[in-house]
Design a protein around this ligand. Structure first.
Ligand code: ZN
Length: 657
C-alpha cells in the first residue's frame, strides 16, 4: 500500500502532525462507501453515541480535568482567533509551548501521560499563562493554575509500584480522596462475599462506579447510570442508541442495543453480563460496536472500567485469515505446550474477524489498540467465548507510517536480518496480532476455585504475556505454513527478531530516563525478552556490542521457539493456579527494571532519528445528508479535520458534564 492515496479530491496522508513524543496518524475507513444506506445510518448514530461519552473519561482520569480543559480551551481559542500577526520573540515560544501542552492534554484526556501515567507540565511559563488569561478576559481560579504548574500535585494517575498504597498514590478519580487501598479491597471483598449470583458466574464488581465515603464515614458506590454518576452524558449516549435501534441489522443486534440501554439506565452489572452475552451471540451483523466501561488498566486495583467506544464493520476479505485460525482453535489448544490440567477440553466461541474502525472515542482515542478481545468477564468468556478483532485499517496506517522511519537501519544487527524483516514483517505482525487476540487470550483455563483476580496488580501483565507467548510459540511451529497463513518456513523468524529486539531494546524509547517500566503490555514484552535472553544457555539469542552499539543477535530461531514454549507453560501455570508470588517474582525480576546505561544509549540513538514513540489517530468526520423531513439520505466521510479542530469541535458539540 502506498503512503498517499487520493479520495474524493481530498489529499489523504496517513501521517499528520507531530508534537512532544506523539505522532498523529489518520486512518482510512476502507469500503465505507460500499455499505448500504441503512448500515451507514447505523454507523452514524453509533458514532454520535461514541462521541457523546467523551467527557466521562476526562473526569475518570482526574477530578479537575474537565475544569482544566475548559480553561485551557478558552485560552487556546482566544489565541487562535487573535492570530499571529505582530507576534514575535519570546511570545512566539510561549504560545507554541502552550499549544503543545493543550494538544498533549487532549491526547491524554488530562495532564498525565496517557501511557506512563506521570504528570506533565506546560513548557510555557506560569507568568505568561496568567498574563494571557487576564489579557483575554478569561476568568480563572488561581488554585487551578497552581495545579497545572505543580508537578507534585497528583504526580501519578495510576501508580503500580509494589508495596505502596496504590490508591493514595494514584490521582485518578475512581476513588474519592483519602480512600486507602486496604479499605477499597475490603469493601470489594465484602461485596464479593455478599453476591447472590451463582459463585461460578460473578459480575465484574466495581466496574461502573466511583467509590465514595458517606457522611457517616462508610464507603459506598456512586454508580454510573441515568440519574446517577455521569447521568447527563449517559442520557445522551442512550438517546443516540435509541436513534440507532431502527437501523439494527438483525433482531439479535437490536437486543444488544436494548440491553445496553437497560444497563445504562439501571447500572446493573448483571444486565451488563446479559448484554455481553447478547453481544457475543450477534456474530452475523457486519456493523458492530463497543460503548461502555471496559478496560481496567486505569485503576491500579483493576476494578474500574474506563469509558470507551469504537464503531466498526467487518472487512470480509481480511477476515478469511482469522477464520482459519478460529476453525483450528481446538488443534492449537490440544498442542499447546502447557500442563494438560490447564487446557480447555472444548475450545469454542472464538469468533475472529478483521474490522475497519469507523470511529474511536474515550479511552480508545486518539491512542488506540490494534486488536480487541472482549468481553473481559472471565465466566462469560469461559461459558460463551469471546469476540476477537484485528483492526485492519489501523494496522495499515501503522505499517505505512513506519516505512522509511530509519528504525530498522539503526537497531537491526545486519542487512540479512533487515531484509528478512522487510519481506516478512507485515505478514508476521498481522499474524501475531491474530494469534494473540483470537486464540491466545481465549486459551487455557483457571483451576476450579481459583479467583480471576488472584494475580492482583500483576494480572494484566501475566495475561498479556500468556497471549503473546501463545502467539510466538505457534508462529514457529510449522502449522501456520501448513494452513497457508505464513508463506514459508523462514517467515516466522522476522517476528522473533523484532519481538525480542522490541522487548529488550527499542521499546525503551517510550520511557523517560530514570523511570521503570509500568504499563502492562510493555512489562510483558520486557519480561519475555529478558527471561528468554537469560535462559538462552545455548546462545539461542544474545545481546552483543558492535562499535559501541548494542544489538540483538539471534543464532538459533528454532531454539527460541522451545524457550517461548517453556515460558508459556510457566505463565499458564501461574495464571491457572493463581500463583500470586510467582507472578510477582516473574514480573519484578524481568519486566520492570531498566539498565540505565543501555537506556541512555537507546534514547540517544533514537533521538538522532527524530521520531516519536507514541502514535494516535485523528478520527474521520461523518456528515449526515438529510432530506426536507430530516431523514438521512446519505452519510459522507471526510479526512480533512486537524487534531486541534477536531478536539475543539468535540468540546463544542459533545460537552455533557
Ligand atoms: Zn492482549
Amino acid at each position: 500500500m502506498t503512503g498517499k492515496l487520493r479520495i474524493e479530491s481530498n489529499e489523504f496522508s496517513y501521517s499528520d502532525e507531530k508534537f512532544a513524543d506523539i505522532q498523529l496518524l489518520r486512518y482510512r475507513v476502507e469500503g465505507f462507501e460500499f455499505l448500504s444506506l441503512r448500515q451507514k445510518t447505523l454507523i452514524y448514530h453509533l458514532s454520535e453515541a461514541a462521541l457523546a461519552g467523551r467527557d466521562i473519561l476526562y473526569d475518570q482520569n482526574g477530578a479537575r480535568n474537565l475544569a482544566l480543559r475548559r480553561l485551557l480551551e478558552a485560552l487556546y481559542m482566544a489565541l487562535k482567533s487573535d492570530g499571529v500577526a505582530g507576534v514575535e520573540g519570546a511570545e512566539v515560544r510561549e504560545r507554541e509551548a502552550f499549544a503543545e501542552y493543550m494538544k498533549r492534554f487532549w491526547f491524554s484526556h488530562g495532564p498525565h501521560h496517557h501511557y506512563a501515567c506521570m504528570k506533565f507540565l506546560p513548557g510555557c511559563s506560569r507568568e505568561w499563562m496568567e498574563d494571557a488569561l487576564r489579557r483575554y478576559g478569561i476568568s480563572y481560579d488561581r488554585p487551578l493554575v497552581d495545579y497545572i504548574f505543580d508537578a507534585a500535585a497528583d504526580a501519578c494517575r495510576c501508580n503500580q509500584r509494589d508495596g505502596e498504597d496504590l490508591l493514595l498514590t494514584s490521582s485518578n478519580n475512581y476513588y474519592a480522596d483519602g480512600i486507602t487501598q486496604r479499605e477499597a479491597e475490603d469493601f470489594y471483598a465484602r461485596q464479593r462475599a455478599a453476591l447472590t449470583t451463582p459463585p461460578e458466574c460473578p459480575p465484574q464488581i466495581g466496574l461502573n462506579s466511583r467509590l465514595e465515603r458517606g457522611d457517616d464515614g462508610t464507603l459506598r458506590e456512586n454508580v454510573c447510570r441515568i440519574g446517577g454518576l455521569y447521568g447527563a452524558a449517559i442520557r445522551r449516549i442512550v438517546r443516540h442508541l435509541e436513534d440507532a435501534l431502527p437501523y439494527a441489522e438483525s433482531d439479535s443486534q437490536r437486543q444488544v442495543i436494548r440491553l445496553l440501554i437497560d444497563f445504562y439506565t439501571t447500572g446493573s452489572l448483571l444486565t451488563f453480563d446479559e448484554y455481553s452475552i447478547a453481544w457475543l451471540e450477534d456474530t452475523e451483523s457486519q456493523v458492530d460496536f463497543v460503548n461502555g466501561f471496559t478496560e481496567t488498566y486505569g485503576d491500579p486495583l483493576g476494578f474500574k472500567g474506563s469509558w470507551e467506544s469504537i464503531v466498526n464493520f467487518r472487512d470480509e476479505e481480511a477476515t478469511r485469515r482469522t477464520r482459519i485460525l478460529a476453525d483450528n482453535a481446538q488443534w492449537f489448544e490440544d498442542h499447546s505446550p502447557i500442563d494438560a490440567r490447564f487446557r480447555k477440553s472444548v475450545c469454542r466461541g472464538i469468533s475472529a474477524k478483521v474490522i475497519q474502525a469507523a470511529i474511536i472515542a474515550g479511552d480508545l482515542y486518539p491512542s488506540t489498540a490494534i486488536g480487541i478481545n472482549l468481553p473481559n468477564s472471565d465466566w462469560v468468556r469461559r461459558d460463551h467465548g469471546s469476540k476477537s478483532v484485528t483492526i485492519g485499517n489501523f494496522t495499515d496506517a501503522y505499517n505505512c507510517a513506519s516505512q522509511g522511519s530509519g528504525m530498522l537501519e539503526e537497531f537491526v544487527i545486519d542487512d540479512v536480518t533487515r531484509q528478512m524483516i522487510r519481506t516478512y514483517g507485515p505478514v508476521g505482525d498481522n499474524l501475531h496480532t491474530d494469534l494473540h487476540e483470537c486464540l491466545g487470550h481465549g486459551s487455557g483455563q483457571l483451576l476450579p476455585g481459583v479467583s480471576a483476580d488472584a494475580l492482583k496488580a500483576h494480572a494484566s501483565t501475566i495475561e498479556e504475556a500468556r497471549a503473546d507467548l501463545f502467539a510466538l510459540y505457534y508462529m514457529g511451529s510449522g502449522k501456520l505454513v501448513e494452513l497457508g497463513l505464513l508463506p514459508d518456513a523462514e517467515a516466522y523468524k522476522s517476528q522473533y527478531y523484532t519481538y525480542l529486539m522490541n522487548g529488550a531494546l527499542t521499546q525503551l524509547v517510550r520511557i523517560s530516563r530514570g523511570a521503570t517500566i509500568e504499563e502492562a503490555h510493555m512489562r510483558n514484552r520486557a519480561l519475555i525478552a529478558h527471561w528468554v535472553l537469560e535462559h538462552a544457555t545455548e546462545r539461542e539469542a544474545e545481546i552483543v556490542n558492535i562499535g559501541n552499539k548494542t544489538y540483538l543477535r539471534v543464532n538459533d530461531y528454532a531454539g527460541l521457539q522451545r524457550l517461548f514454549g517453556r515460558l508459556l507453560a510457566e505463565v499458564q501455570r501461574i495464571r491457572s493456579e493463581g500463583d500470586y508470588e510467582a507472578a510477582r517474582n516473574l514480573v519484578e525480576t524481568y519486566g520492570v527494571a531498566i539498565d540505565d546505561a543501555l537506556h541512555a544509549e537507546v534514547l540517544d540513538r533514537y533521538r538522532r532519528l527524530n521520531l516519536r514513540p507514541y502514535k494516535g489517530f485523528i478520527n474521520p468526520s461523518y456528515h449526515a445528508v438529510r432530506n426536507a423531513e430530516g431523514g438521512i439520505t446519505d452519510v459522507t466521510v471526510s479526512y480533512t479535520e486537524a487534531f486541534d479542530e477536531q478536539c475543539l469541535r468535540y468540546s463544542r458539540e459533545y460537552s455533557t458534564l
